[in-house]
Design a protein around this ligand. Structure first.
Ligand SMILES: [Zn+2]
Length: 85
């Protein structure tokens, strides 16, 4: 089952303020609410999930991701992600 990364759209609680992961089936609808505080959350597209026929280097280039409105997150381990901008 794929793991999706979410983060709060607003202030958020201890869970969703930064980012959190949720294992979900591909068929499950994306979470809209934080399971802890019920605040609105959005799914973050995580770089490793982006797979296209093109070279990963160009597809994952910061400029390209930014252009398409993605937030690139650096996985720092332990479920922590750092935004690159
Ligand atoms: Zn929350």
């Amino acid at each position: 089952m794929p793991t999706y990364v979410y983060k709060a759209k607003e202030a958020g609680c201890g869970l969703c303020r930064d980012t959190f992961e949720r294992k979900q089936s591909m068929n499950d609808p994306p979470l809209e609410r934080c399971p802890e505080c019920g605040g609105p959350v959005e799914r973050v597209i995580c770089a490793p999930f982006l797979r296209t026929g093109r070279s990963d280097k160009s597809v994952l280039a910061d400029d390209n991701l930014k252009k398409h409105g993605f937030t690139k997150l650096i996985n720092e381990g332990g479920g922590k992600y750092r935004k690159t901008w």
